[in-house]
Design a binder for this molecule. Sequence first.
Ligand SMILES: Nc1ncnc2c1ncn2[C@@H]1O[C@H](COP(=O)(O)OP(=O)(O)OP(=O)(O)O)[C@@H](O)[C@H]1O
Ligand SMILES: [Mg+2]
Length: 362
Amino acid sequence: MGYFKNIQLNNFRNFNEFQIEFSDKCNVLFGKNGCGKTNLLEALSLCIKGRGIRNDKITNFIKKDENSFSNIANFVNENIDYEIKVISELSNNKLQKKILLNNEFSSEVNKKIQSLITYLIYLPENERIFIASPTTRRNFFDHFIFSNNNKYSTLVNFYKKNVYERNVILNNINSDENWLTKIEENISNSGIEIYKNRKMQVDLFVKNLGDISKYFNTEFKVALEINDPFYTEKLNIDKYMISLRQCREIDKIVGGTKFGPHKSDYIFFVDKNYPASQLSTGQQKTLVLLLYFSQCNYLVNTCNKKPILLLDEICSHLDETNAQLLLKIVNQFDMQVFMTGTNKDLFSFLSTNTNFCNISNK
Ligand SMILES: Nc1ncnc2c1ncn2[C@@H]1O[C@H](COP(=O)(O)OP(=O)(O)OP(=O)(O)O)[C@@H](O)[C@H]1O
Ligand SMILES: [Mg+2]
């Protein structure tokens, strides 16, 4: 897997015209609040399918009072240079994001980009993931699955679309029984597939975190569970479809499908069923960093994939142990890393070959 050489932003967020060069190792983007650090990470994240690290609307990417944005990144993989152009485009009166690889646009191009780039993303709110809402935790967890399986987001979108469609049909007086059954079959198939992926990720974390805790001599013995009364490993399509059929009336009244992977949560325990949510803020940070270490270790050493790390404001609550853990993540796997922070001094624990970029958008 490769690295970004540079990126050029045009009318993107707060940037009019802006260009920046990167190191293939560690890059620190620092500067005062509002200078555009997170926007830069977002621009990188938009080089693959999706709406980026903020999951925002395309109109919001365009600089205020402008009509479109156009970013160009140069990416290198196995000594081959690629130009990735990300633009906004009006199509059928709808604003869309379009990605071109070496000026080419096709579904093949999308696949190629997916095979070239894998991100692991850390956002400031991830520090409090154990006390966040189940939805935030689910999305956080899903992003790890996506880093190893780029078809996973298509699966989740397909599932969500069918859950939505079922609600529409249930509320339609002339609902078509055959069509409703087909939709429920789609929900059951994709729902079970999502559960399988999540269970695999849970098992992976439990295994890797166990190994890593020993390695780092941390005080945590992590246990992790999917918290979902509907889910069992024995769940099959028939059972799923029967449950959906039985709940039609009640789902019609409450206005939504009341069980399934869109309602799941995860619980992390450390040491004898002590929930991670009870740890101190800094200890929770250690656990989060261990999750990232574990996933990097798995992607690099088992899947032969090198993710690019986009770590937004990762430096809060870093005591000596946490700083060393972050340093391990940055140094151990030879990946390209981007970190942001308001002050260069926050990154004094990093080695001297870090590329420090002062972001000031004049
Ligand atoms: N579409 C837009 N047009 C113009 N400015 C925008 C647009 N979207 C966001 N901004 C502005 O971009 C600026 C930089 O935002 P960003 O989140 O990147 O800051 P930051 O450097 O990460 O700051 P912090 O240290 O506070 O996290 C903000 O002032 C924001 O209001
Ligand atoms: Mg920011």
